[in-house]
Design a protein around this ligand. Structure first.
Ligand code: ATP
Ligand code: MG
Ligand code: MG
Ligand code: MG
Length: 562
């Protein structure tokens, strides 16, 4: 490819609205352009990087025996209604009607649709199955953020496993864990595999892959001594004071610690006792957060049941949470930030978290949910203080808390979807048995942004070779000089023939401009062809990561650029 003919609209300045290094650099280096908030066009350089990321993910998924599918992005409401998620997905789901008036959704995930295909499995002999795809997901995120990091339209590699028994699921889950570790290592993303809260909806284990970064919206609690790593929700449950008062003491951050316990909270309801309990369960399942944030309680589902005497916890519907929040007194009532509620409900219903903890936006976080605008909460900040330096959950070493980007998530779903949709096979005894499922996701464009977060300097992006749009760029220093131009062309042809992905910067620009652009764009190796070097039969070879240059004989350059 010739730079003069490629569309690489680099900008001199960082765009004012860009809020993260990857967002700034991907725009400035001509990789992406925003169409509207949360929707980005990928320009040719970005398409090349994306293809490399996809190829790495595909290779590792194929290597564990997963099979590639491609499912529709648009779904009928009916299949989502059968699992209850048509309602529970709330405002995060994009919905539309076709000309006949049928309700449709733009897929935000594909458990239902893959499970529908699994209806054609009929014997244990066909299991296990691991199915995956690269597909556009649509999520009406309340706050799209940081360029490709959190968008409303993005590509996910999502896989689904189908097994006869829990041990089979364990195996499929471990295969994915291994594949994910290899994928992130190859992509240059230093992801930590952290324990995430397991769902209360039939899920039994969940691991998030977290890339430490200030840009991240999650928090990871990590013990360098023993390697314990958990997301902050999970760690909070381990760190929370137990009923007998043992364990670390939570701070007293609130000016008005008027609601401190479930019982206190219950007492605030102006309703008959059994109604109280029901409403409370709804509220607490969705907004257990508040209890933590208001003081000293983090409760497990079991404690919640014990405390309320309720028979079961069922996830609240958005309107129920809204209604229940409206019934809460004063400052707590003010927490009912309408746009946030569906997010809580969504997480609860998808069984991805068994409790909600949260905080404000200044160093504080609640799964993208901002509860803090109306209440004085410094929950996470406090939680971080509590966690930092506390003995670890496992080895007793001090804990570190860091911000991180969720780059992948693997999840044991259990039987929720197979039971709702009737995915059964005949088992070894010839009896119908429910199939047990797992689901596993990686955001492709978020991975691209995360790579840039981890690999850049003040001059621009520094792509790892494995994902770079081109391995090498040839800078023709004096394009007007016939001999130099011809040498550049010759080298270009030679590198192409050697299978090197190379860009020829044949533009009629000063070398300084070309150097700056190639550094901004982040191509790992630069070969400068100039008059002075050619007279001695050499070109200058420069490594982007180190900035070091050496003179290399013309014929030997291919060996250097791999
Ligand atoms: P988050 O907590 O950041 O909202 P999630 O937990 O909702 O992510 P999952 O449902 O677990 O995401 O989806 C699997 C993967 O898809 C995530 O780990 C992430 O890499 C990617 N992903 C999720 N939401 C987005 C988004 N809005 N934009 C880009 N990538 C996303
Ligand atoms: Mg999300
Ligand atoms: Mg998440
Ligand atoms: Mg997740």
């Amino acid at each position: 490819m010739r730079w003069s003919q490629m569309h690489i609209p680099t900008l001199r300045e960082n765009p004012a609205e860009a809020d993260a290094p990857s967002h700034q650099l991907l725009q400035r280096a001509g990789y992406i352009r925003q169409l509207m908030s949360g929707h980005y066009s990928l320009l040719p350089l970005a398409v090349r990087v994306r293809a490399k990321v996809v190829a790495v993910v595909r290779e590792e998924l194929d290597a564990i025996g997963a099979q590639e599918f491609s499912l529709p992005a648009m779904h009928p409401a009916e299949v989502w209604q059968r699992t209850g998620r048509w309602d529970s997905m709330g405002d995060e789901m994009f919905r539309l009607k076709d000309r006949k008036g049928s309700d449709l959704a733009l897929g935000m995930t594909h458990e239902e649709i893959f499970a529908t295909l699994a209806l054609e499995l009929n014997s244990y002999r066909q299991l296990p199955q691991m199915w995956y795809q690269f597909q556009t997901k649509f999520r009406d995120e309340p706050r799209p953020k940081a360029g490709l990091m959190r968008t409303r339209e993005f590509t996910m590699k999502d896989s689904y496993s189908f097994d006869l028994a829990p041990e089979g699921l364990d195996h499929s889950f471990e295969l994915h864990r291994g594949a994910y570790e290899r994928i992130f290592a190859r992509l240059g993303i230093p992801a930590l595999a952290v324990e995430a809260s397991s769902g209360s909806m039939g899920g039994s284990a969940s691991t998030e892959f977290m890339c430490p970064s200030e840009v991240g919206e999650d928090f990871v609690v990590h013990c360098p001594a023993c390697g314990y790593a958990a997301n902050v929700e999970k760690a909070a449950s381990a760190l929370a004071p137990s009923a007998d008062g043992a364990g670390p003491q939570a701070p007293e951050p609130f000016d008005t610690p008027d609601v401190r316990t479930i019982e206190d909270l219950a007492g605030r309801f102006d309703a008959p006792a059994d109604h109280q309990i029901k409403t409370l369960v709804h509220v607490l399942d969705g907004v257990l957060t508040l209890v933590l944030l208001r003081g000293d309680h983090v409760l497990s589902e079991q404690k919640l049941l014990d405390a309320t005497g309720a028979a079961e916890v069922r996830p609240a519907r958005p309107e129920e949470i809204r209604e229940a929040l409206g019934a809460l007194p004063g400052s707590l009532g003010a927490v009912g930030v309408a746009e946030e509620i569906p997010v809580l409900a969504d997480e609860a219903l998808r069984g991805r978290t068994d409790m909600f903890t949260g905080a404000n936006r200044d160093g504080v976080h609640l799964r993208g949910v901002d509860l803090a605008r109306d209440i004085r909460v410094t929950g996470w900040a406090d939680l971080r203080e509590v966690a930092a330096g506390e003995p670890c959950v496992r080895c007793g070493g001090p804990l570190q808390v860091q911000k991180a980007i969720e780059v992948g998530h693997i999840f044991k779903l259990g039987y929720k979807y197979s039971r709702a949709l009737g995915v059964r096979v005949l088992d070894t005894a010839g009896k119908p048995a429910d199939v047990i499922m797992g689901s596993y996701g990686i955001g492709i464009e978020r991975a691209m942004a995360s790579i840039v977060e981890c690999h850049h300097d003040e001059r621009g992006i520094v792509w790892p070779v494995a994902v770079a749009p081109f391995q090498a760029v040839i800078v023709v220093a004096q394009p007007a000089d016939e001999e130099v131009a011809a040498a550049g062309e010759h080298l270009y042809g030679q590198l192409l023939a050697d299978g090197v992905e190379v860009l020829l910067d044949d533009r009629n620009e000063r070398p300084g401009v070309k150097f700056k652009d190639s550094e901004l764009v982040g191509i790992p190796f630069r070969v400068t062809v100039g008059k002075r070097g050619l007279s001695g039969g050499t070109v200058e070879f420069t490594e982007r990561a180190t900035g070091e240059s050496v003179d290399v004989p013309l014929g030997e350059i291919s060996a250097h650029v791999r």
